[in-house]
Design a binder for this molecule. Structure first.
Ligand SMILES: [Fe+2]
Length: 268
């Protein structure tokens, strides 16, 4: 059994700054960690936290340090991959002591829990919104899958390997997913892909593999499939994902909204 919290798209900025002039993402990060700690005894035991990119808004060192100060409040190991808003060198500078952050190049990694292999894949093209996986990344993945034997795999990547239907996001999606699908389809393991980027929960697939994007912790992109849909964000719903492995995958999409209860069913 393994249980993983996925946080994505924090877009942290120093508290004096606002994302798009509106969002105090540092405050929203603190609220996220506070909420997790409040709920920890209900959703645990938790083995690890995976952060699927857009950790910061601009890839600056100060924001990575602010993120680190908050995420370290969670009492389990955490693992990072970059998103399109991140920059590898500042990220590396702030997390260079982590075994899963390579000293150079892409931030691809493997970490084994007792029953589950975690793989992180770096889809960032620095300075661009869209993402890709080059031949070296795909080779890394193929080898990481082969070395997992029959263990199940939770594969984390920022850009979803599916179209979201949101025009402005699919213009900055993951390019050329065919070779990735070939590797996944050839694998005997049970694999679940988890991603971020689209600031909403979407369940889809690539080949035979289920892929799920998590709600962002800082904002939500509205579901609007019109070609001329207004481009922007909503402040809610914010959330995160809870991934469970126990002879099969189960993902629960968790809200960060405040709520009272539970109210008893039979109350007068
Ligand atoms: Fe994002």
């Amino acid at each position: 059994m393994a249980r993983i919290i996925q946080l994505t798209d924090m877009h942290v900025l120093p508290p004096s700054q606002r994302v798009s002039g509106v969002l105090n993402t540092y405050e929203l990060l603190i609220d996220t960690i506070d909420t997790l700690l409040d709920d920890w005894h209900k959703i645990g035991p938790i083995d690890a936290v995976i952060v699927t990119g857009d950790i910061t808004e601009t890839g600056d060192v100060e924001s990575y340090q602010l993120f680190r100060q908050q995420v370290r409040r969670l009492p389990v190991p955490y693992f990072l991959i970059p998103g399109n808003h991140d920059r590898r060198d500042p990220l590396r500078q702030c997390f260079e002591d982590m075994a899963t952050i390579p000293k150079s190049g892409k931030i691809n990694w493997v970490h084994d829990l007792a029953d589950l292999r975690l793989i992180g894949l770096d889809t960032l093209i620095e300075g661009q919104g869209g993402g890709d996986l080059d031949d070296a990344d795909l080779n890394f993945l193929a080898q990481a899958i082969a070395a997992a034997d029959t263990r199940p795999i939770l594969l984390a990547m920022h850009h979803p390997p599916f179209a979201s239907g949101m025009v402005f996001m699919d213009q900055i999606g993951l390019t050329d997913t065919g070779p990735l699908a070939d590797i996944l389809n050839a694998a005997p393991n049970e694999i679940r892909i988890i991603c971020g980027h689209v600031h909403s929960t979407i369940i889809s697939n690539i080949g035979n593999t289920v892929a799920i994007s998590a709600a962002a912790t800082c904002s939500a992109f509205p579901t609007d499939y019109r070609i001329d849909a207004p481009v922007g964000f909503n402040k809610t719903p914010r959330g995160y994902s809870l991934h469970n492995w126990d002879q099969g995958f189960r993902t629960t999409c968790m809200t960060l909204a405040k709520s009272s209860g539970p109210n008893p069913f039979n109350a007068p």
